[in-house]
Design a binder for this molecule. Structure first.
Ligand SMILES: [Cu+2]
Length: 579
């Protein structure tokens, strides 16, 4: 079983146990003897079966079971110990086991709530709040159902519940580690003399664009979605003037995957202020790395990118021969972009397809009709790329793959999620059943360039209740906290930094560190065995554990976040910090 299915199975068992105990308690209170005994038996089995799933998950890693071992296991044991023997002795009056069964239900439900609302890391506050809830609910049920309990018992229950509640709440709202304090600073924009400069102006504004024959409202650069394709040659200086005509919530330009100096990174509130209507901002940086990249607004990025504020950035090593095509895939107002394109290509022409995923979810790409190589991922050339055929690739949100092939007499076609977006003629191949390339086993491996790591971090991705903001929200969390309360990763310049990303949740999280490419070391403890993979965007799927590393050689304050921008918006964003 995969870790993701173990997590799901454990959740199902926990729900089954909670429903069984609570339903059994209610049936016992209503003197429905067979129903009560049946439900209690289901609950007992589900509770005991969780020992298997929890043990299996513990073997994968403590991150997956911390609260299950520390909070759920003791509460479940208490449930079995309290309800089990009483069930055996409930010969005459089934009603006598109602309160013990309900206690078990509250205990298992309390632990389940800790998993669903709090997750990792396990905390004293969550445990105390769960105990307070269990004691209170049991005491109330006892009063309602049974001959009322003795005063001493009632008072003891109230005292325990109040103490646990106060202690738990106090711990839960206590300030955590220092939040990542955004900083404003001056932006040195010294001219770089005597270098060829590519100058562009992008004007952001609201507009209407046509997608598949339908007019849809969009936010766009220069009234087109995607915005103009920006191209440069290695060694050029890129100078891009951003103007905002009427985007009320502000605009910036973030150069996704391009490791620019920090003050050019385009993160509002961190590296600059958002550019408001009527304002402008000039970005200037040297194009020193060839490859496929894209730009997008980082101001209210979830809405802004979805509405169309993005475009392609391609830096070429020199003059190109052959055909060089960018295919940025996007979903605008529920409709897929680009429209299908057909072009003629003469046999013998080398072709490079630059596939870019500008959405917040993974896309599946399949190139039919030719053998091809994956020449580059996230702007970095792979070494020892071998020929592939009838193989699909999965590109995470924000990621890029360059596919290369030489055109033959027969046509080729590119499908994205089964929809044809590009072709050089009629191709009738069905690509849906193709196997998917694992980039961790593709190409020629090389030794990891570092033998030791100066700093290590672990990021455990989950969901949880965030009570620190104005309104409570069900956030996407990192180590149990949501932005802006996730402690920054503080390193020193020159450090080799390793971080482990663990996904405890049921959602895919495409991880994206600004300003650096990370080298993939391992996934699920299996070392990367293909070409060195220097990524800026990688999918951490449910249950997966990724180990990546980078050298801290680009000082500043960098966003480190999930590139499902809705998740980032809902808390999954922290910062890497060094000077
Ligand atoms: Cu995410």
């Amino acid at each position: 079983m995969t870790t993701a299915s173990l997590l799901a199975a454990d959740l199902v068992l926990a729900i089954l146990a909670a429903v069984g105990w609570l339903g059994g308690g209610a049936a016992a209170a209503a003197r429905r003897r067979p129903l009560a005994l049946g439900l209690a038996a289901v609950a007992l089995l589900a509770t005991l079966a969780r020992a298997t799933t929890v043990l299996a998950l513990a073997r994968v890693g403590w991150w997956f079971v911390a609260e299950k071992v520390v909070i759920a296991a003791p509460l479940s044991l208490a449930a079995v110990a309290v309800a089990g023997p009483r069930l055996l002795r409930a010969a005459d009056d089934i009603r006598t086991v109602a309160v013990p069964l309900l206690f078990s239900g509250y205990a298992v439900s309390g632990a389940l709530l800790v998993t669903v609302l709090h997750g990792y890391p396990v905390s004293a506050s969550a445990g105390l709040l769960a105990v307070a809830g269990v004691v209170t609910a049991t005491a109330v049920s006892w009063r309602l159902i049974d001959a009322r309990p003795s005063r001493t018992v009632s008072r003891a229950a109230v005292a325990v519940a109040v103490a646990a509640l106060l202690a738990g709440t106090g711990l839960a709202v206590a300030p955590g580690a220092a939040p990542a304090a955004p900083h404003d600073h001056a932006y040195p924009q010294a001219r770089i003399p005597d270098e060829p400069t590519r100058r562009f102006t992008l004007t952001a504004g609201t507009t209407t664009v046509s997608v598949g024959g339908h007019d849809v409202a969009a936010w766009a650069f220069d009234a087109q979605v995607p915005g103009p394709e920006l191209t440069a040659t290695v060694g050029d200086v890129l100078e891009v003037t951003l103007r905002n005509r009427d985007i009320g919530r502000g605009v910036t330009l973030h150069w996704h995957g391009y490791d620019v100096p920090n003050d050019q990174d385009g993160v509002p509130g961190v590296t600059q202020s958002a550019v408001l209507p009527g304002q402008e901002f000039v970005y200037r940086f040297r194009a020193d790395q060839a490859g496929t990249y894209w730009y997008h607004t980082h101001s209210v990025s979830d809405v802004g990118v979805r509405m169309g504020l993005y475009g392609v950035l391609v830096v070429r090593p020199g003059p190109t021969n052959g055909l060089d095509v960018s295919v940025p895939v996007h979903t605008l107002a529920g409709r897929p972009l680009p429209d299908a394109k057909v072009e003629q290509v003469a046999a013998g022409v080398p072709v490079r397809l630059r596939l870019i995923n500008t959405d917040s979810t993974t896309h599946r790409y399949a190139l039919a009709g030719t053998a091809f190589q994956v020449a580059a991922i996230d702007g970095y050339e792979l070494s020892g790329a071998t020929s592939l055929r009838d193989t699909a690739v999965l590109i995470p949100a924000g990621g890029r793959y360059d596919l290369v092939f030489t055109a033959a007499d027969t046509p080729v076609a590119l499908d994205v999620d089964g929809r044809r977006v590009y072709s050089t003629g009629v191709v009738s191949t069905e690509t849906g059943g193709w196997p998917v390339l694992d980039p961790l086993t593709y190409g020629q491996p090389a030794a990891v360039p570092w033998s030791r790591f100066d700093r290590t971090f672990t990021l455990v991705l989950d969901r949880g209740l965030d009570l620190r903001g104005l309104l409570p929200r069900y956030a996407h969390t990192v180590n149990g906290a949501a932005a802006p309360d996730i402690p920054p990763q503080v390193v020193r310049r020159g450090d080799v930094v390793r971080f482990t990303i663990v996904n405890r949740s049921q959602a895919v999280h495409p991880w994206h560190l600004h300003g650096h490419h990370v080298l993939v070391l391992s996934r699920d403890r299996r070392p990367a065995a293909g070409s060195p993979l220097w990524l800026d965007s990688f999918d951490v799927r449910p249950g997966e554990v990724w180990e990546v590393a980078f050298r801290a050689d680009n000082p500043g304050m960098w966003a480190n976040h999930c590139h499902n921008l809705g998740h980032a918006d809902a808390g999954m964003m922290l910062h890497l910090l060094y000077s």
